[in-house]
Design a protein around this ligand. Sequence first.
Ligand code: CA
Ligand code: CA
Length: 154
Amino acid sequence: MYTADEGGDNEIWVMNADGSGKVQLTANSADDLDPRWSPDGTQIVFASNRDGNDEIYRMNADGSNVVRLTNNPVDDREPAWSLDGASVAFASNRLNAGSTTAGSTYRIYTLRAADGANVTQAADTSARHPDWGFIGSPCDPFGGCTQSQTPPEE
Ligand SMILES: [Ca+2]
Ligand SMILES: [Ca+2]
């Protein structure tokens, strides 16, 4: 899956690993960016400014059934599914989880993937480009790496 600007704005496409079978999933004059697969491969989250500013959206893997998960005048970008598919982390320049006022920095928030509810601030620190860690990883999704990563002994 990738984004491409072929006429003034970005669209989301999927293709096979060998480059065959290209399918365009979005078609509009706004920027559609940052697509990420759901863990089960059935849905995609992405960011788009189709409604005037950056919001988080979810759609089926074939581009159907687009659902807007955020709705506010601040920037919401860079979504990433949790490993259980229940939540989406994203970067926003809102002042705090409940605010619709833009601040001076981006922080990481999470919301419920089903409907965009339960917006929660993940960490009170300037951050962007969230992703989730795997269980057993030495790196917490938001807290950084807490264990030293030494090579396994022979
Ligand atoms: Ca577009
Ligand atoms: Ca927004």
